[in-house]
Write a protein that binds this ligand. Structure first.
Ligand code: BGC
Length: 460
């Protein structure tokens, strides 16, 4: 066991090291926000054009689109002010087969437009133009709420001809190619923003959204005066940090293990999303598999015998990690299914490996989240901050381990976690609803200003 632990040392990050990571992220966030530094920044800090969280008065019917994993979804969402809740009236799921995830952009958007058409037909909504929000869970340079340029694909996607293009335009073109229906404006939303906004309807102190699922990322409300790339000094804007890219400039070299480097090299996007590859569901299982392989080669596991399954890339699923941590019985079952000959010590070692990898993921996320929370505190000049984080993603839901380590990293902040219920679906509706409320408020303000001007004229 001592020898096994030796091999796991590089994954064990001390509190001091986590604080160093947090300081680096703090600096990178500042670089990402800067007018002249953001081009080269690893942490992109993307403006989202979401300028307010819900105030609880939002209402109405909305369409929400959601693309970010292996499925595309369309939802009809009703926001009900009286009960302060969002209800999913109906929804439709369309699988995205791998050949489409790796095909052309045209194929992808034709597929999406077909799915949307089917849904509108089934709901008898084709004649109407409900306001629409589109949760698109990839890094996008937003020019406006309805103009969003894909910087790069992440997770399992790699469709040609989409990077550098406006996603709304590609969607509209696909709909026009069909010609059987049309849509009006579309609010583009990252899933972290959707999560923050859907939690924000229930709890108006929610000003951070975090995802730890297939990928990982977080957003938060930043002061406009610090968002140098967007004009205006007043109020706030939600920033999509894209913290998954942290380390892409080599800043995390000292904590990367040999296994992280293999995961990166053999991924479909080598060299990018370094932080994400140490944390999220798409990669954790593969890290564990590589460690198990190494331990077996060193004759520290399975009497030195590797099975065909263990030798094959991505056969150790991330969900096995939490199952194995849950109990040794699960470990035994999974190891047998993987064609391995194990004894009790092997099962214990495998469990230790799983715990080590998932706890590194949790600690890194905690460090990153602590950085954001503390930034909000400093922005507001407060000695203490109480805030709420809306969270989603399977990895988080299976590993609530992250919360205990938070306190040591943010002694001046008290953080409440709110698990989002379908934030990437309903959240897009909420973004659209808040945008409508703000537009209405500013119209009313203009009208009353106009009336005052009139009165002024009459008086003079
Ligand atoms: C994407 C983010 C997204 C996150 C969680 C990452 O790969 O770059 O935009 O929020 O995954 O889905």
């Amino acid at each position: 066991l001592k020898c096994v632990k030796q091999h796991l040392i590089p994954f064990r990050l001390s509190l001091e090291k986590l604080k160093v990571v947090s300081t680096r992220l703090r600096k990178d966030m500042i670089r990402g926000l800067g007018k002249h530094t953001h081009h080269r920044a690893a942490v992109k800090m993307l403006p989202t054009f979401v300028r307010a969280t819900p105030d609880g008065t939002e209402k109405g019917d909305f369409l929400a689109l959601d693309l970010g994993g292996t499925n595309f979804r369309v939802l009809h969402v009703r926001v009900m002010e009286e009960e302060q809740k969002m209800v999913k009236m109906d929804s439709q799921l369309c699988a995205i087969p791998q050949e489409i995830m790796l095909g052309t952009g045209e194929q992808l958007f034709d597929h999406i437009a077909a799915c949307l058409s089917e849904f509108l037909d089934s709901q008898n909504l084709k004649g109407q133009t409900l306001p629409m929000g589109f949760t698109f869970s990839f890094p996008c340079e937003q020019k406006e709420i309805d103009k969003s340029i894909l910087i790069r694909w992440t997770k399992g996607f790699n469709c040609s001809g989409v990077e550098g293009e406006d996603v709304v335009k590609l969607l509209k073109e696909a709909i026009h190619r069909r010609g059987d229906y049309d849509i009006s404006s579309v609010a583009m939303v990252n899933d972290t923003v959707g999560t923050m906004m859907s939690c924000g309807y229930r709890d108006q102190t929610c000003e951070i959204g975090m995802i730890i699922g297939t990928g990982t990322n977080a957003c938060y409300m930043e002061e406009m005066k610090n968002v140098k790339r967007v004009e205006g000094e007043d109020g706030q804007m939600c920033i999509n940090t894209e913290w998954g890219g942290f380390g892409d400039d080599g800043s995390l070299e000292d904590i990367l293990t040999e296994f992280d480097k293999v995961v990166d090299r053999t991924s479909i996007n080598p060299g990018v999303h370094t932080f994400e590859k140490m944390i999220s569901g798409m990669y954790l299982g593969e890290i564990v598999r590589l460690v198990l392989m190494k331990l077996t080669e060193k004759k520290l596991l399975f009497k030195g015998e590797v099975s065909e399954a263990l030798r094959t890339k991505e056969t150790f699923e991330t969900k096995f990690i939490s199952m194995i941590e849950d109990g040794l019985e699960n470990a035994k079952k999974i190891l047998t299914e993987l064609g391995l000959t194990w004894d009790l010590v092997d099962a214990r070692v495998v469990r230790l490996v799983c715990e080590t990898i998932s706890s590194r993921s949790a600690r890194l996320c905690a460090a990153a989240l602590a950085t954001i929370v503390d930034r909000i505190r400093v922005n507001r000049g407060l000695p203490h901050l109480k805030t709420t984080v809306g969270v989603d993603g399977t990895v988080y839901k299976k590993h609530p381990k992250m919360q205990p380590s938070m306190h040591f990293l943010t002694p001046d902040c008290k953080i409440k976690f709110l698990v989002s219920e379908d934030g990437s679906g309903k959240g897009a509706a909420m973004v659209t609803a808040v945008a409508q409320r703000l537009a209405l408020q500013s119209r009313l303000l203009e009208e009353s200003d106009g009336e005052e001007d009139e009165e002024e004229k009459v008086r003079s």
